[in-house]
Design a protein around this ligand. Structure first.
Ligand code: GDP
Length: 435
């Protein structure tokens, strides 16, 4: 079957604008593994809260721990996330379901080339810093790579429950050492043993962890003590002032002394984060349920979907001319092989990022580099517990494909009628009109 015929027969269950392809970048020991595990657990835990999540994992945390070496080592893991509804934190999971693909960005210095390769397929990244150690040399290196590829980022300052953690200091280091326009959107309340919640700067309210802290789904917006109330107010003013310098709608509202609501503020942060002019900062701990949940909400709120970025640019293999590859299901199929690895049974996994079109099992694709036509036998994705077969992979998705005999990292797969070589996609900041 030809790839061109498939588009009409399968339907995606998550729209492309609700897809996020993110990397988690960190200095070794900052908590990347812990954070990834907790994300997968919490994304799966929603299942227990009564929501149907498309067959996602229902395993408990111990199970994740046990299989850690297997799944966390995968090049990309997919999960579902339904953020908080805007109308209040006490009604969780009423929002719109999103699909988050977490792509591994190797943190070890020796794997710098691999870091760069994975940067190509990301739409955004979460940079994890330790609240104790702050910005370390290796984080600077990865940060610069992300800057070079124009990958929009948000920062997670982790380990705020540890002795010696200092949120303000790390935000300061991000500004001085990384030259980042970094501003808190969630500020930890208390620190070390007394880490007990987060100030939600956008909504001007507080999230206080319940007694269970780690697993508690309920939390309360409480009357803040004076010091924390002041911190929340000041942080919101500072945020608005800094956004007014770079974002036209906020500048207008600020000059007109008009009240700016949470949705406007979020939209401005999103625009400026995608344009690489702003870095939202979340402080917390990978060990605290609410903090990880808030971080996932921030991923959805501030990091781009595949269609928020300029199209990937490929090359016509014959003429050498540049070809734009817009992220649409109706476009011809085009994907980049970004990682080869093996699963726990030593079977080869070929990870692809689909830039455009749809890929189904049974499709024949052209490998533009080898010139070979190959048949795809299986399309799947890696979830927290296992590899799950898919009816199809769509534009913007990350998937695992089987059936290819002759393939290496960096090869392009595409519809036979529309050959292209996918150069490393560039992410020039979109032009945001200030007029
Ligand atoms: P990675 O090297 O970045 O993947 O770091 P890990 O996730 O392996 O974490 C390194 C160590 O820090 C482990 O012992 C974790 O248990 C611990 N850790 C991670 N996150 C937190 C946190 O939020 N608070 C505390 N106290 N420890 C953490």
């Amino acid at each position: 079957m030809n790839t061109t015929k498939t588009n009409t027969t399968v339907r995606r269950n998550v729209p492309i604008e609700q897809t996020r392809n993110i990397g988690i970048a960190a200095h070794i020991d900052a908590g990347k593994t812990t954070l990834t595990e907790r994300i997968l657990f919490y994304a799966g835990a929603i299942h227990h809260a009564g929501e149907v999540h498309d067959g996602d994992t229902t395993m408990d945390f111990d199970e994740i721990e046990r299989r850690k070496g297997i799944t966390i080592a995968a090049a990309a893991i997919s999960c579902a996330w339904t953020p908080q509804a805007e109308d209040g934190l006490l009604k969780p999971f009423r929002g719109v379901r999103h699909r988050i693909h977490i792509i591994d960005t190797p943190g070890h210095v020796d794997f710098t080339a691999e870091v760069e390769r994975s940067m190509r397929v990301l739409d955004g990244a979460v940079a994890v810093f330790s609240g104790v150690e702050g910005v370390q040399p290796q984080s600077e290196r990865v940060w610069r790579q992300a800057t070079r590829y124009g990958v929009p980022r948000l920062a997670f300052i982790n380990k705020m429950d540890r002795l010696g953690a200092d949120f303000e200091r790390v935000v300061g280091e991000m500004r001085t050492k990384l030259n980042a326009n970094a501003w808190p959107v969630l500020i930890p309340i208390g620190r070390e043993d007394d880490l007990r919640g987060q100030i939600d700067v956008i909504h001007g309210r507080a999230i206080v962890y319940d007694v269970a802290q780690e697993y508690g789904l309920t939390y309360h917006i409480t009357e803040l003590p004076a010091a924390e109330r002041e911190c929340a107010t000041e942080a919101r003013h500072a945020l608005i002032e800094v956004l007014a310098e770079i974002d036209e709608p906020i500048a207008d509202a600020f000059l007109a002394e008009r009240e700016i609501d949470a949705l406007e503020l979020k939209a401005a942060i999103r625009r400026q984060t995608i344009a690489n002019r702003f870095v939202p900062v979340v402080g917390g701990s990978a060990f605290k349920y609410v903090g990880v949940q808030a971080l996932l909400d921030a991923v959805v709120d501030y990091l781009p979907s595949p269609i928020d970025l300029p199209p990937a640019i490929g090359t016509d293999p014959d003429s050498g001319e540049s070809i734009a590859v817009p992220a649409g299901d109706e476009e011809p199929f085009r994907a980049l092989v970004f990682k080869l690895s093996t699963d726990e049974f030593s079977r080869r996994r070929v990870f692809v990022r689909v830039y455009s079109g749809v890929l189904r099992p049974g499709d024949t694709v052209l490998n533009t580099v080898t010139g070979r036509r190959e048949r795809i036998s299986r399309v799947s994705e890696v979830r927290a517990d296992k590899e799950t077969a898919l009816e199809a992979a769509f534009a913007g998705d990350i998937a695992v494909v089987a059936g290819l005999k002759d393939v290496v990292t960096g090869h392009t797969l595409c519809a036979e009628r529309a050959p292209v070589l996918l150069a490393p996609p560039t992410f020039p900041p979109p032009v945001v009109s200030m007029a």
